[in-house]
Design a protein around this ligand. Structure first.
Ligand SMILES: O=C(O)CCC(=O)C(=O)O
Length: 137
Protein backbone atom coordinates (compact mmCIF):
# COMPACT_ATOMS: atom_id res chain seq x y z
CA UNK A 1 0.00 0.00 0.00
CA UNK A 2 1.35 3.40 -1.01
CA UNK A 3 0.41 6.50 0.93
CA UNK A 4 0.98 10.13 -0.07
CA UNK A 5 0.21 12.69 2.62
CA UNK A 6 0.00 16.08 0.91
CA UNK A 7 1.75 18.83 2.85
CA UNK A 8 1.16 21.41 0.09
CA UNK A 9 -1.70 21.77 -2.38
CA UNK A 10 -0.80 19.54 -5.31
CA UNK A 11 -1.68 20.30 -8.92
CA UNK A 12 -0.36 19.28 -12.30
CA UNK A 13 1.64 22.53 -12.36
CA UNK A 14 3.54 21.86 -9.12
CA UNK A 15 4.16 18.18 -9.70
CA UNK A 16 1.23 16.20 -8.32
CA UNK A 17 1.15 12.40 -8.36
CA UNK A 18 0.40 10.70 -11.67
CA UNK A 19 -1.21 7.27 -11.89
CA UNK A 20 -2.19 4.74 -14.57
CA UNK A 21 -5.66 3.54 -13.51
CA UNK A 22 -6.02 -0.24 -13.68
CA UNK A 23 -2.30 -0.88 -14.10
CA UNK A 24 -2.11 -2.56 -10.68
CA UNK A 25 -3.96 -5.57 -12.10
CA UNK A 26 -2.08 -5.70 -15.40
CA UNK A 27 0.48 -8.16 -14.07
CA UNK A 28 3.19 -6.05 -15.72
CA UNK A 29 5.95 -3.93 -14.28
CA UNK A 30 5.63 -0.20 -14.95
CA UNK A 31 6.22 0.81 -18.54
CA UNK A 32 8.19 4.05 -18.36
CA UNK A 33 7.10 4.93 -21.89
CA UNK A 34 3.42 4.82 -20.85
CA UNK A 35 1.93 8.27 -21.52
CA UNK A 36 -1.72 7.95 -20.46
CA UNK A 37 -1.17 8.91 -16.81
CA UNK A 38 -3.85 10.74 -14.84
CA UNK A 39 -3.04 13.54 -12.37
CA UNK A 40 -4.09 13.15 -8.73
CA UNK A 41 -4.62 16.71 -7.57
CA UNK A 42 -4.98 17.22 -3.83
CA UNK A 43 -5.18 19.83 -1.11
CA UNK A 44 -2.70 20.12 1.74
CA UNK A 45 -3.84 17.65 4.38
CA UNK A 46 -5.27 15.13 1.95
CA UNK A 47 -4.18 11.53 2.25
CA UNK A 48 -3.94 9.62 -1.03
CA UNK A 49 -3.79 5.82 -0.87
CA UNK A 50 -3.22 3.36 -3.70
CA UNK A 51 -2.18 -0.23 -4.31
CA UNK A 52 1.63 -0.18 -4.62
CA UNK A 53 1.43 -2.11 -7.86
CA UNK A 54 -0.29 0.86 -9.50
CA UNK A 55 2.06 2.47 -12.02
CA UNK A 56 2.72 5.92 -10.65
CA UNK A 57 5.07 8.85 -10.53
CA UNK A 58 4.91 12.59 -10.27
CA UNK A 59 4.59 15.40 -12.81
CA UNK A 60 7.40 17.90 -13.35
CA UNK A 61 7.09 20.88 -11.07
CA UNK A 62 6.99 23.86 -13.43
CA UNK A 63 5.27 26.23 -11.00
CA UNK A 64 8.16 27.65 -9.03
CA UNK A 65 6.22 26.67 -5.89
CA UNK A 66 7.04 23.81 -3.53
CA UNK A 67 5.15 20.54 -3.55
CA UNK A 68 6.00 18.75 -0.33
CA UNK A 69 4.46 15.45 0.66
CA UNK A 70 5.24 12.44 2.82
CA UNK A 71 5.34 9.20 0.87
CA UNK A 72 5.31 5.81 2.57
CA UNK A 73 4.91 2.23 1.43
CA UNK A 74 3.48 -0.45 3.67
CA UNK A 75 3.24 -4.18 3.30
CA UNK A 76 1.93 -6.87 5.56
CA UNK A 77 5.04 -8.29 7.23
CA UNK A 78 2.75 -10.47 9.29
CA UNK A 79 1.09 -12.12 6.28
CA UNK A 80 1.61 -15.81 6.69
CA UNK A 81 0.98 -18.98 4.75
CA UNK A 82 -1.92 -21.22 5.69
CA UNK A 83 0.32 -24.25 6.41
CA UNK A 84 2.60 -24.20 9.46
CA UNK A 85 5.77 -24.33 7.38
CA UNK A 86 8.11 -23.14 10.18
CA UNK A 87 7.07 -26.04 12.41
CA UNK A 88 7.17 -28.62 9.64
CA UNK A 89 10.28 -27.66 7.68
CA UNK A 90 13.07 -30.27 7.80
CA UNK A 91 16.14 -28.83 9.48
CA UNK A 92 18.49 -29.72 6.61
CA UNK A 93 16.38 -27.51 4.33
CA UNK A 94 16.17 -24.73 6.94
CA UNK A 95 19.96 -24.59 7.20
CA UNK A 96 20.25 -24.00 3.45
CA UNK A 97 17.98 -20.94 3.48
CA UNK A 98 19.07 -17.31 3.43
CA UNK A 99 17.69 -15.02 6.15
CA UNK A 100 15.31 -13.49 3.59
CA UNK A 101 14.02 -16.95 2.59
CA UNK A 102 13.51 -17.80 6.29
CA UNK A 103 11.52 -14.60 6.73
CA UNK A 104 9.38 -15.38 3.66
CA UNK A 105 8.60 -18.81 5.11
CA UNK A 106 7.46 -17.26 8.39
CA UNK A 107 10.45 -17.58 10.71
CA UNK A 108 10.34 -13.83 11.42
CA UNK A 109 6.68 -13.86 12.44
CA UNK A 110 6.21 -16.82 14.77
CA UNK A 111 3.83 -15.70 17.54
CA UNK A 112 5.34 -15.66 21.03
CA UNK A 113 3.94 -18.08 23.62
CA UNK A 114 3.10 -15.18 25.90
CA UNK A 115 4.05 -11.61 26.83
CA UNK A 116 7.04 -12.81 28.88
CA UNK A 117 8.73 -14.34 25.86
CA UNK A 118 8.11 -11.37 23.56
CA UNK A 119 5.54 -8.65 23.03
CA UNK A 120 5.73 -8.36 19.26
CA UNK A 121 5.14 -11.20 16.83
CA UNK A 122 7.78 -9.70 14.55
CA UNK A 123 11.43 -10.70 14.93
CA UNK A 124 14.39 -9.55 12.87
CA UNK A 125 17.07 -11.53 11.06
CA UNK A 126 19.40 -11.30 14.10
CA UNK A 127 16.81 -13.25 16.10
CA UNK A 128 16.70 -16.15 13.62
CA UNK A 129 17.74 -19.39 15.29
CA UNK A 130 20.26 -22.06 14.32
CA UNK A 131 17.80 -24.95 13.93
CA UNK A 132 14.05 -25.40 13.42
CA UNK A 133 13.84 -27.20 16.77
CA UNK A 134 15.17 -24.09 18.51
CA UNK A 135 11.80 -22.39 17.83
CA UNK A 136 9.58 -25.08 19.30
CA UNK A 137 9.55 -27.29 22.42
O1 LIG B 1 5.51 11.96 -5.61
C1 LIG B 1 4.48 11.28 -5.65
O2 LIG B 1 3.36 11.73 -5.63
C2 LIG B 1 4.57 9.78 -5.76
C3 LIG B 1 5.90 9.28 -5.36
C4 LIG B 1 5.88 7.83 -5.13
O3 LIG B 1 4.89 7.23 -4.90
C5 LIG B 1 7.12 7.09 -5.16
O4 LIG B 1 8.19 7.72 -5.21
O5 LIG B 1 7.09 5.85 -5.16
Amino acid sequence: MQVVFALDDQSLENGCSLVAPGSHVSGEFADRAFKDLEPVEAEAGDLIVWDSRLWHGAAANTSGRSRWSLVATFRAWWAKQSMDIPRGLPNDLYRQLSDEQKALLGFCSIPPRNEHERISMKVSYVDLRQDVSDYFD
